[in-house]
Design a protein around this ligand. Structure first.
Ligand SMILES: Nc1ncnc2c1ncn2[C@@H]1O[C@H](COP(=O)(O)OP(=O)(O)OP(=O)(O)O)[C@@H](O)[C@H]1O
Length: 656
């Protein structure tokens, strides 16, 4: 859902110019001089003609005229260059802050927006904003200056002729102002349509394999064509209005010319006006018309620019993920650098445990409920409960653990939740409903359950991609909202379900969370996940280009690359969402071994469908329809949980 449309005003544009005041002041001086020279030109012509008519020497006026004309050209060029340069800097600033804002937005904003449309805001909308400066603001300012000077001089030369001109100009201006409002509206339509079209193209290109495999090229092309046609229609409607602006003004001005020529000619013939004065008046009429013309096109540009600003500010107004929380609490100490994961004494592939004294990574969820559309379109978030402490009310059970820490879990009676649909509300279905369990520091916990049970959602909440609608989550006893997000995330390594790969090289992808890692460390981590052959595949080595979205990798390779990335990042907590779903059994064995080493002294939470991969975990949490139905070890759950036993028997882990 889009936020309510707010219209930007020119005033809102000025903050973007703040860092450029000096250059703009210089531009103002240059354009003042340039305007002055243009205004002086007819005066020189007037003097020249009147001197020649009266048989007086006129050479000096000729030289002045040449100097003024050349000077005007030089200053005009300087003004144009400085303006373009400033405009480019403004656009750079806007793009930087827009991209910064986009990357700072909460994940839920991306759930409800189209990537292509966001891209078009960074691209074409910022370009439109540029025209507000280049052909907009200054054009209007210098046009007004020129206009005023021309008006004063015309009044001085002949008030009657000026009166005729004024009537024509006012008539044209009234028509144009009326059209201006419509132009702004149409321009917004055009940009929205272009945004939709970009989104449709993005959808088509990013899913090109699926589209081809579904033989859906034509249908997809038709969708894009529909959007392109909408953009075309909006463009045509805009063009119609723009086309009307120019004729309205030219009819009025041409009418003024004809009348001025006729009346002026009669007055010159009657000896009431000098020929030089009439010529000067007509030249000023030109000077009046020129700025009106450019002011009109500047007006159109400004309207389009403001419509673009609407779209940019729509994003700027969204509340970003807050960098710091109300009462930030630092978790001590800072995590180890990549070296800690690959201590030289251990040799290649050795996945050492955490350095002594590192934050332990105990996690507790207490009565956590969540629905996806909870944030609402205005960027507000559900206020998370600010509880702290690792214990909760309810039925506690000490689970058997081989690692430090004590597990406290509240287990809802298994029969109760699995048969009940999580309640629905108007604002969205509860995806998690009163989820409570504890993950002691250094333990391995698996989340299992049917598809759609909410397992990935739990991981998303632990990363604070979303805020719980209700309940609280603590990390080492501190409520998550009290930990700065960057601090929290720098403690967690995440292997996502889809194992996304960023466009770029193998090294780029590996260094995403460990920018300081050496090539040697990259090679060792690749070996640890069985990807060493990838770096040796071509002469490019670690600079091997993985293609758009890592298209040159197989599904299993993508997954292993994601493993390599988090292992290299050496975080105290590892969250893994079906991390071996795409690999063969041999690779799975290697990864299990890698995980075994990596999880020494780390807290590991793995979402798994294949129960065999987590059967030896310290605890397994069974989720069903957003609720925890059982917690225990593999053996305990086989005894106690019907759902778990059913899943295990389907996977032939136990006899049916
Ligand atoms: N971004 C989202 N916006 C809205 N609903 C979502 C979003 N992501 C997931 N859901 C919904 O939330 C529910 C739980 O999804 P989740 O991905 O957590 O399940 P899961 O247990 O991990 O499933 P699977 O095993 O299939 O990966 C599903 O009904 C899903 O449709």
């Amino acid at each position: 859902m889009q936020p309510a449309l707010q219209r930007a005003t020119l005033r809102e544009f000025f903050p973007y110019l703040r860092g450029h005041v000096r250059v703009l002041a210089l531009v103002a001086v240059v354009s003042l001089v340039s305007t002055g020279l243009s205004i002086a030109q007819p005066l020189m012509v007037q003097q020249l003609v009147n001197a020649v008519s009266a048989s007086r020497p006129a050479t000096v006026f000729v030289w002045f005229l040449i100097a003024i004309t050349l000077g005007g050209a030089v200053f005009g060029a300087a003004q144009s260059y400085l303006l373009q340069r400033t405009a480019e800097s403004v656009v750079l600033g806007v793009r930087r802050s827009l991209v910064g804002q986009l990357l700072a937005l909460p994940v839920r904003e991306f759930d409800r927006r189209r990537v292509g449309d966001l891209m078009s805001r960074v691209g074409s909308d910022t370009t439109l904003m540029r025209s507000v400066i280049t052909s907009g603001l200054f054009e209007i300012v210098s046009s007004i200056l020129m206009f005023c000077a021309a008006v004063v001089l015309m009044v001085l030369i002949d008030p009657l002729l000026f009166g005729i001109t004024l009537c024509a100009v006012l008539l044209g201006a009234a028509g144009v102002l009326f059209l201006g409002r419509l132009i702004r509206r149409r321009s917004r339509d055009v940009q929205d349509a272009v945004g939709s079209m970009t989104a449709a193209v993005e959808r088509g290109l990013s899913g090109i394999r699926t589209i081809k495999a579904s033989v859906a090229e034509e249908r997809e092309a038709a969708v894009i064509d529909g959007e392109a046609t909408r953009a075309f229609r909006a463009g045509i409607a805009m063009a119609r209005l723009q086309a009307a602006v120019q004729p309205i003004m030219s009819i009025c001005i041409q009418g003024a010319f004809i009348v001025v020529l006729a009346v002026g000619g009669i007055r010159v013939a009657a000896g009431e006006l000098l020929l030089g004065d009439l010529i000067a008046f007509i030249l000023y009429l030109f000077l009046l018309v020129m700025p009106i013309g450019s002011a009109m096109s500047a007006f159109v540009q400004i309207q389009s620019g403001l419509a673009a600003l609407d779209r940019i500010q729509e994003i700027a107004r969204l509340e970003p993920e807050r960098a710091d929380e109300d009462r930030p609490v630092r978790i001590q100490p800072v995590p180890a650098q990549p070296d800690a994961a690959f201590g030289s004494a251990q040799g290649a592939g050795r996945l050492a445990g955490r350095s002594a004294g590192r934050s332990a990574g105990a996690i507790e969820l207490r009565d956590v409920s969540f629905r996806y559309d909870d944030g609402g379109p205005d960027g507000t978030q559900a206020t998370p409960a600010s509880g702290s402490g690792a214990l909760h009310a309810g039925q506690d059970r000490r689970a058997p653990l081989g690692s430090p820490g004590v597990l406290h879990t509240r287990v809802s009676p298994e029969t109760e939740p699995s048969s009940v649909e999580p309640s629905s509300t108007e604002s969205g279905r509860l995806v998690l409903d009163g989820v409570s369990f504890s993950v002691p520091a250094g333990s391995r916990t698996a989340l299992v359950g049917p598809s759609g049970a909410g397992k990935s959602t739990v991981l998303a909440l632990l990363e604070r991609f979303y805020e719980p609608t209700d309940g609280s989550i603590t990390y080492d006893g501190t409520a998550l909202p009290q930990i700065p997000r960057t601090e929290l995330r720098s403690r967690i390594g995440l292997v996502e379900q889809e194992a996304p790969v960023l466009s770029g090289t193998l090294a780029d992808n590996l260094r995403l969370a460990a920018p300081a890692a050496t090539d040697d460390q990259l090679r060792r981590v690749l070996a640890a996940v069985g990807l060493d052959a990838l770096g040796d595949r071509t002469d490019d080595g670690l600079d091997l280009n993985l293609g758009e979205d890592g298209v040159r990798l197989s599904g299993g390779q993508r997954q292993r690359l994601a493993w390599a990335r988090v292992i290299l990042a050496d975080r105290p907590v590892l969250l893994m969402d079906e991390p071996t779903s795409a690999v063969d059994s041999r690779t799975e064995q290697l990864l299990q071994q890698t995980l075994g080493e990596a999880s020494r002294d780390r807290t590991v939470v793995v979402v798994a469908h294949r129960l065999s991969t987590v059967a030896d975990f310290d605890q397994i949490v069974v989720l069903d329809q957003g609720r925890v139905t059982a917690v225990g070890t593999h053996e305990q759950l086989l005894e106690e949980s019907d759902l778990y036993r059913d899943m295990a028997s389907r996977q032939r882990l136990v006899a049916a």
